[in-house]
Design a binder for this molecule. Structure first.
Ligand SMILES: [Zn+2]
Ligand SMILES: [Zn+2]
Length: 467
């Protein structure tokens, strides 16, 4: 008998973490991500795992996003000794992701401890440090797509391309117990079909149990063509107003997709005289990894921006500036108009985007373009929901810039994509809907029942299933 315990991303989007346990396998985790939205340092410090990290045999990581990978250094700090299975591209990105997350965490902690010191309270201790990140990186055991890896005499692991970001995987785990083979599939985050730069999510055919993400299980995204048209229009209108554009973007995936679309527009002569700033050290580092892994991306998409020999985004898009250090970032503040600023974090919980908001969000000439999922409780969600004021660095700032939400840019499968993907399993597996807000997953569950006569289950946090 095998069990799956739904530790995180059960009836919510972030904090992906599932424990899989059986006599044939041992004790494994699928993902170990952080909760986003709870951006209070004390909350983040209080990560208590409902299992003993030193009792885990391995972690299988679907992809590098922090809501899937961010707690692994803490896991190591608390005694996890590996291995950490992931794809090769994921392993390359983890270093960048984890170092960036640590430096944000340390800055927040320092700020919080200063506040505590002022009121005579005890300082908070750091939950993990740079040594834990180094140790966690050493635990990576990279496996290429389709290169099935024997975990032990009774268990095999395969990664399939999930088409979400560079290196993102669908996890297929085969166990032999009591002479019977059982297959557990974890979708990870599934990409959209026909997404730029990414391949379509691979279709699997057989499984006993499938954990499927449902971030956008309640609806389809706007068609890409309409989204791109709106993107072009919003940019052009802001250009005419002599404004600037701020795009909060996730460093992995979204930033590269936006740059790709800008390169397509540039190539078609449809981009006004914008100067483009990728103002995120992590975004720059990840973009460089995309450049190094061009062969893993969709070659038809690349042909659209490639003129002659070009092997980097700065070659596709010559007006793009990488602003790595803080002085270069602050110099952007002096620009009066004509700047497109892409900065993290994606949900505006930290990073340089907050500084750009402070300088520009109160000015009606400017525009903020949201192109990614904004979780409940994040500053990004407040702004999208129409907040007139936001609190930044201790002061209230008016939101007067134009706010544009472009739904089509999502790196996640929409409802039809999810139905299509799960519909390829024959016979129907047991389906667990995860990585989505409760109301969203309920809509997806109902749709699966009416369209495919499939009875899916929505596990709650802490629930255990056996198979
Ligand atoms: Zn993801
Ligand atoms: Zn995710």
């Amino acid at each position: 008998m095998a069990t799956v315990t739904f530790i995180g991303a059960a009836q919510q989007v972030t904090g992906s973490c599932y424990q899989v346990e059986s006599a044939a396998l041992g004790r494994y985790l699928f993902d170990c991500g952080i909760h986003q939205g709870a951006d209070d340092v004390e909350d983040r410090r209080e990560v208590k795992f409902p299992f003993a990290p030193d009792q885990l045999d391995a972690v299988i990581l679907s992809h590098a996003h922090l809501d899937h990978s961010g707690n692994i250094p803490r896991l190591v700090q608390q005694g996890f000794r590996g291995p950490l299975y992931c794809t090769r591209a994921t392993a390359r990105m983890l270093k960048v992701m984890w170092e960036d997350a640590l430096s944000l965490y340390e800055k927040d902690l320092e700020y919080e401890n200063l506040r505590r010191a002022r009121r005579g309270a005890e300082p908070l201790q750091a939950a993990y440090d740079a040594d834990d990140v180094v140790r966690a990186l050493k635990l990576c055991a990279p496996i290429a797509f389709h290169e099935c890896h024997r975990l032990n005499a009774n268990a095999t692991l395969c990664f399939h391309d999930s088409g979400h970001i560079l290196g993102s995987a669908i996890v297929e785990l085969k166990l032999t117990e009591d002479g019977r083979e059982k297959t557990l599939v974890f979708s990870g985050d599934l990409g959209k079909r026909a997404a730029p730069l990414m391949h379509d999510p691979e279709l699997l055919k057989q499984a006993d149990v499938v954990l499927m993400e449902g971030t956008y299980g309640n609806r389809d995204h706007r068609p890409m063509a309409a989204t791109l048209q709106e993107f072009e229009t919003v940019l052009h209108e802001t250009w005419e107003r002599k404004g600037n554009v701020m795009i909060p973007a996730f460093a992995i995936g979204r930033s590269q997709e936006i740059l790709y679309h800008l390169a397509v527009m540039h190539n078609a002569g449809k981009l006004d005289g914008w100067q483009i700033f990728l103002d995120s050290p992590m975004g720059i580092a990840i973009t460089n990894i995309y450049d190094e892994c061009l062969e893993l991306l969709d070659q038809d998409d690349l042909k659209q921006v490639q003129k002659g020999f070009c092997d980097s985004i700065q070659c596709f898009l010559p007006q793009l500036h990488f602003t790595k250090d803080q002085n270069a970032s602050m110099a952007i503040n002096k620009i009066k108009s004509g700047a497109i600023i892409i900065a993290g974090s994606g949900m505006c919980t930290g990073g340089r985007i907050k500084h750009h908001f402070k300088h520009r969000i109160w000015n009606e000439r400017n525009t903020v373009i949201f192109c990614g999922f904004q979780a409940k409780g994040t500053p990004g969600r407040h702004i999208v929901d129409g907040a007139k004021m936001i609190r930044l660095f201790g002061s209230e700032i008016a939101v007067r810039a134009r706010i544009a939400t472009l739904g089509g840019f999502s790196a996640h499968a929409g409802q039809s994509d999810l139905l299509n993907w799960i519909g390829h399993f024959q016979p129907q597996p047991r389906v667990m809907l995860v990585h989505g807000e409760a109301e969203t997953l309920k809509v997806l569950k109902d749709k699966l029942q009416t369209d495919q006569h499939l009875l899916a289950h929505i596990p709650h946090q802490g629930e255990v299933i056996t198979f």
